[in-house]
Design a protein around this ligand. Structure first.
Ligand code: NDP
Length: 455
């Protein structure tokens, strides 16, 4: 592909279904869009589907598909057609002059058109001692953290009464001995199928008209204090508390340069992507407090890209690229997405990236190299974000560092021995000694600086 643009045609902010669909359409229109994925602001890259399990209502997948896998496929499709990916947050935009400009942590990008698809972030309750027990029993993502050893056969609780709360409560019954669903009103607002699944599950107990007041424990969450209707207060013993209490749109970085409604969502005319500023469009949950589905977000991403393409061309601003090949090379889905654990026959001491406890044991005992281990679970969205980054880091160090992936669902014993209490957790070993541990998604430089200091 030719030309890198000084002023971009379109910058898309956000990497959920709305952002990636906009990118696919804009890229196929030869506009070589830039997609800024978001990094730590506004949830994880890939959006809310990265923290869900089976998506059973996205057309085209009759047996359902895991949320993170669906997002990986959308990303591959956008990249295949020439989208330029920037793994960073946008901190501010300037709409006072044209072309518009956007500031990330590392650069200022100029662009003629912008599509905002930054979605919405999970809300927190703000109960007493929430900070103390955050990631030590309290989590905003049951789907990411449910497989953690501490939650096995323990009593757990979910707060909320929507589809997320119901889905998470059912999911957690796979791991916990009992799940308390704590609902502040006297009804669930989830879909009828979801409500049936909750009510038919004997491991779920619903506490109506109840709110959580306080988290209690020592190193790990042990109890929560509940306030029931009629001012009755009780404690229940639980090891995990999961929030599923809705979302807030990610519009803070816009600093009121674009018209928002009173809840902070971007104002658009119903069913249209245009915002209050010509050339800037909105798509997905950031402008939609009502439908909030993967498929509606994808549809609105398509509309935003088509509207932007039309506007650029009407204003003679469009600078299409020329392609060397008519159609980009096809991706091999199987090798892109699936991986097998190494065993006696397949283990390779020189391989840069392997899977499973066999490879971990062999390298731990026999290799003199640095070993970077990522503990993940198949439904953990942040793990999907972090793994490709770690793979790139391992490659850059040219065989000095070897990477291993451990699925904590499959290798529970290894996870327990390693003291893993959430995913993703990354551990770096040298000469059988743990040199550093990271929890959650981090900037690449945090890993590379420690690796450099140990080589
Ligand atoms: P919702 O906004 O639908 O529900 C939020 C829930 O949290 C409500 O029950 C609300 O209570 C409760 N809540 C809010 N604040 C508090 C608080 N401070 N204390 C206690 N409870 C509180 O959010 P969801 O994330 O569940 O769903 C968002 C959208 O995504 C929906 O459209 C949903 O249908 C969709 N979705 C679909 C799924 C699927 O199809 N598989 C899975 C997950 C989500 P109250 O009812 O009293 O307001």
């Amino acid at each position: 592909m030719k030309n890198s643009l000084e002023t971009e045609n379109i910058v898309i902010i956000g990497s959920g279904p709305a952002g990636y669909t906009a990118a696919i359409y804009a890229a196929r229109a030869n506009l070589q869009p830039v997609l800024i994925t978001g990094f730590s602001s506004g949830g994880i890259p890939g959006g809310q589907l990265m923290t869900t399990t089976d998506v059973e209502n996205f057309p085209g997948f009759p047996d359902g598909i895991l949320g993170p896998e669906l997002m990986d496929l959308m990303k591959c499709q956008a990249l295949r057609w020439g989208t330029k990916l920037v793994e960073d947050d946008v901190f501010s935009i300037d709409t006072s002059a044209r072309p518009f400009s956007l500031k990330t942590s590392e650069q200022t990008i100029k662009t003629n058109s912008i599509i905002i698809a930054t979605g919405a972030s999970a809300n927190r309750l703000g109960i007493i001692d929430e900070e103390k027990f955050w990631s030590r029993g309290i989590s905003a993502c049951a789907i990411c953290d449910g497989a953690t050893p501490q939650f096995r056969n323990a009593e757990l609780a979910v707060v909320g009464g929507g589809d997320s709360a119901c889905e998470e409560a059912v999911y957690l019954t796979k791991y916990g001995s009992k799940v308390h669903l704590i609902v502040r009103s006297e009804k669930l607002r989830a879909s009828a199928t979801m409500i049936d699944r909750v009510k038919n599950n004997s491991k779920i107990k619903i506490h109506w008209k109840t709110v959580v007041k306080k988290a209690k424990g020592e190193d790990w969450l042990q109890k929560i204090e509940l306030l029931h209707s009629e001012d009755k207060i009780t404690d229940i013993d639980i090891k995990g508390l999961f929030y599923a209490i809705g979302h807030t749109p990610n519009t803070k970085f816009l600093a009121n340069q674009i018209a928002l409604d009173k809840r902070g969502y971007i104002k658009c005319n119903p069913g249209r992507p245009e915002t209050s500023i010509e050339g800037i469009y909105a798509a997905g949950d950031v402008a939609d407090a009502e439908w909030r589905q993967g498929v509606t977000a994808a549809g609105s991403g398509c509309m935003a890209a088509l509207a932007s393409e039309r506007w650029l061309s009407e204003n003679q601003l469009s600078k299409p690229i020329t392609r060397d090949e008519k159609e980009p090379e096809k991706l091999n889905k199987k090798t892109t997405l699936k991986n097998e654990d190494a065993n006696e026959e397949t283990f390779d001491v020189k391989s840069e990236w392997q899977h499973g406890s066999y490879a971990l044991r062999k390298l731990y005992h026999e290799s003199k190299k640095l070993i970077l281990v990522i503990y993940s679970s198949p439904t953990c969205g942040p793990c999907h974000v972090l793994k490709p980054q770690l793979k790139r880091i391992v490659k850059e160090f040219n065989g000095e560092v070897l990477g291993i992936e451990i699925d904590i669902d499959k290798d529970q014993e290894v996870a327990k021995q390693a003291g893993i209490n959430g995913t993703p957790t990354v551990q770096l070993f040298k000469d059988k000694l743990l040199k550093k541990e990271w929890k959650g998604v981090k900037q690449r430089s945090e890993f590379t600086s420690v690796i450099e200091s140990l080589i």
